[in-house]
Every structure is written in structure tokens, then in C-alpha cells.
Write a protein that binds this ligand. Sequence first.
Ligand code: M6R
Length: 608
Amino acid sequence: MCGIVGYFGPLEAKKVILEGLRKLEYRGYDSAGVSILDGPHFKRVRAEGKLKYLESRLAEENFSGHLGIGHTRWATHGAPSERNAHPHEVRGVSLVHNGIIENYLEIREALIEQGAELTSDTDSELVAHLIADEVEREKDLLAAVIKVLPRLRGAFSILVVWERQPDRLIAFKDGPPLIVGLCEGQALVVSDVQAGLAYTKRFVYLGDREIAEVLRGPVRFFSAEGKPIEKTITEVKWSSEAAEKQGFSHYMLKEIYEQPKAVSQALSPHLHIEKSEISMDWGQQDWDLTKVQRILMVACGTSYYAALTGKYYIEKLARIPVDVDLASEFRYREPVLSPTDLVVTISQSGETADTLAALRLAKQQHVKVLSLCNVKGSTIDRSADGHFYMNAGPEIGVASTKAFTCTLSVLVCFSAHLAKERGRLPKYLENEIVRALTELPGQLELVLSFDKYFSEAAIELKNHRGFLFMGRGVNYPMALEGALKLKELAYLHAEGYAAGEMKHGPLALIDRHMAIVMLAPADEWYEKTISNLEEAKARGGQIISIGTVGDEKLRQLSQRFLAIPRAHWAVNPILSVVPLQLMAFHLADSLGHDVDQPRNLAKSVTVE
Ligand code: M6R
């Protein structure tokens, strides 16, 4: 979604803001702009398309200044165009906005009636008008914001400056994140810590209906009513280098290759190799998980597929019933919740609007929420009762890869922990799982070393008209994930199916133009999966199989056989998804697509 960067300090604001916006490019956007205070007035430059167009426009201009705001826009109200790009300026007030103002029509009509001249189709410009009107009466930007905030409904984060008070930025939000970076003698406001990491590791996350008055150094925080409030400082451990490409052509490729290290990082707080033990701590020692009668896992996209896999793990190991919901459905379907339920939200970004709404719904109904996030301090992380982490490090590519495999690894530990608490994890099984997880990073390295074969397979996929990804058991969610990766990166139609469902419809699709990607590692579902594969083959389907190294039967049944090492059933999906990630990457890259920022998509979906 939209990216926001504001700066006030001794450095050239234009440079700091552009650097910050570059770090936010991964979120997806369609236009960009900056406003810099140059002398008594703001100088604004905006451009449709990628940041490079804004940069070349800026290169033609000769201005500089130390206070400014910048924005990358992901269109909601109004088409992607220069006139709709931010910042919006109204009588010396300059403003950038992420989110949606839901009572936009009502505000627009009132403003038009008062004679306001609107220059864009956005809801954001309307807020700039409201603040410009108030600031003329109040002569103070903070006072104007306090007047305007109660008039706004929706999910928004806003950064605003006024040329008559050139010593401050005002930030406020009700929904998407807005974060103040604390650094000596300068001020930074960003929508994502990535944009500020080069300057500070100390951040304050603004809460909903809170306001920050950011001066050059000191920052004051207020409630929506203008009462001073205290905020806590979060120290972020990520380095700015971790968010660079480090020699890889794409962030996604770098993140796929980081998986052995990321997974080992994800496992390290829970896996005690010397004692051959698994245990977890989510900061709520008094929780008695033996009383939990049902777990509800809620997430979106790839995180939802991780949750689906978690259901297999938890039900098989801990024997606790698990329901898995798409957050966008959960929040509106009036779910029946009970105090003996535990809701587990999964979100890489920790900012997905639907997942956050689902979490809030559960909390309103007094159900405990455990969050599994990658971004520490994110809104979902802060809103949950208990916390555990993917520990994958920054994930920049829009397509989630390492966060997914880290989530699966942590979910294996979670299931084992639950099983242990319920007396259902015999020591031999714990040893077996510890061994499987300990070997996992090395096995991931091995899978990555076969990349050449995945890239060859990807090029063959180009000739197909449709794609069916299939698997059973824990590999069924991998089929869904493989199909999603192909859709979002290569823009090709792909379906993920439980292999056992073939006879219930998808078999009709199969002919020689259809590529079947069959996940068939050696596990308890193997024989059944092979039968499904034979059915597809008999109807002319072109088979690309992913199976255990040395499986000659599978090799012979397939046009292409891609091997993964022999592994524990719970670990198989973490290995088998890697060829799917790499095939989608290579195919999309060979088609000339922007792999890191697929069209129409954003990294974190902070609005509905
Ligand atoms: O940050 P989250 O994990 O909550 O994001 C959920 C989805 O938006 C995300 O997984 C999306 O499906 C990815 N683009 C998939 O690669």
C-alpha cells in the first residue's frame, strides 16, 4: 500500500526522503511525489509510475530544503496519475495519506458547497482542504488536526506540514501504521521502519487516534482530544543492510536463497538441540494451553496457506481441533467463539487490515489471541495477547517466500509444544522432530543447489495453457501456495487442488496442454498421490513431479522429476515449496515481469 516518509533536520530532505521511498518501493505503488520547504513555500514534484520518473523530474528542478514529506501511492480513490499523486497541497498545507477515508463523499459534497476547488479525484485531498480551513482559524497545525480528526471515518495514516509553521511535522492515524523515528537533532516519520533504518533503530509506533507533533529532535504525543500521552520506544534489531539485495538480481531471489539461514534463525528460540527438546514461550506464562479446546487460525494469502498446514501439524501431533479461516471471511461471518478457544493470527507484515480486524473481533469476544508475525512491534503484534515470531528478517519481495518457510518451521515447534503440554509427545517423537528440524537448514541448502533444474523446468512451463498444482495432506497447502506464486509472479492461470479432489471436477480440465505439478514426497499420502498422478497422466497431462530423491517410479511417471531430500513428513512441505518458489521466479523473470513488485499487488495490504 502507500508509503510515507517525512524528514526534518540538517540533511538535504529531498535526498533522505527519496532514499526512504526507495526502501518502500517493495510495497507496490503507481505514482510518487515529494514536497520540500524551499524558502517560505513548499516545492512539490509528482510523477506517475516508478520512482525513477520522480527522480528524473527532480533532477530537472533546482531547489533544496530541510523539511519535507514524500509518498508512493497505491491507488484506491482515483486512477493512478500525476494529478492524483501525493502530496496534496491546499493553501500552504501539504499532506500525504495512506488508507481510505470512508465518509469521503459526504466531506466532498460539503467542501464543494463551500466553494472548494478540488484538483484531484482523491479522498486525501479533501483532508488537506479540511486542515487548510481549520489552520486558518486556529493558526496552529496541531490544533487544526485535533479539530479535523473527529470528522474522518475510515482507515488512514496522515502526515501533514504547513508552511507557516516550518519547524514541525504532524502525524496522525487510525488504521495503517505510522512510525516516528527518534534521532538526535532530526525528525523522521515513516510508514514502515525499513525507510528509517539508515538513520535510527529507535522507533515509536503511533497508536490509533493518536497524534505526534514532531519537531527537530523532540517529539510530543497526544490523544485525538489533544491530551499529552506517553509512548514506549521500540528498538528494532534489523540492520539496513539486511534489506538490501546483496548481489542478487532480485529481492525475491535473495530471500529464497536466505531460507536455510532464516529457518535456522526462526527455529533457534524453540529448538534445544543439546537437550533434544522443543519448547516455546510467547510471553504469557500463566496461559494454560491444556484448557484450550479449539484453535482458530486466521490469516490471508500465503500466511493462510501456512495456517492450513498448521492445522495438519496441530491436529496430528497435539490432537486439538483446528479451524482455519481467511481473515476477510472470518471478520464478517459472525464466527461462534468461546472462551476456551485460542485464536492464532499469522501475518508476515503484522499490518494486514483483515487479519487485524479478525484479531480485534476475537478480543472483543474475550478470546485470547496469539500472534505469529515477522515484524516485531507491528500493529498485529502489539494488539495480540501472546506473541511468537517468524524471525525471517526483512522480507522485501512482494511474493512471500522465506517468511512462509519460517512460519511452517515455527508451526512445527508450536504443534510439538502443544502436544508435549498435553502429554502427547513421547520422547522418541520429540527426538525425531528435533532431528528433522536440525537437519532442515542443510536440506534446504541442498534443494537450492538444484536450482538449475528448477529453472529448466520453469522454461518448459512457458508452453502450457494451464497449471494444476496438486498434493495431499501437508502438501495440499503447498499446491495452493505453488499456484499462488505462479499467479502473482507469472500472471498465468493456475489452480491448487487436493489431489483426492481430481475426480470431483478438475480431471475434466486435463489434456496435453495442461501442466500438472504433483507434490509426491515419500510420506503416508504417497501411494494415493501416485494413483492421482496416474489418472492425470492417462488423460494426457504433462507431469512435473516433486518427490524424494531416488524415487525411480515417480521419475518414470513424470516428464520432469524434481528431487528433494528424504525428510520427516512435517518437514517435507518446507522443502517441497522451494522448487515451486524458484520455478515461479524463473518463469516470471523469463517473461520479463517485475518479480519483486508484481503488477497491482502491494507487500502489506493495510486497507480492505
Ligand atoms: O503480511 P501478511 O502475511 O499478513 O500478508 C498476507 C498476504 O497479503 C500475503 O501473504 C500475500 O498473499 C503474498 N503476496 C503472497 O506471496
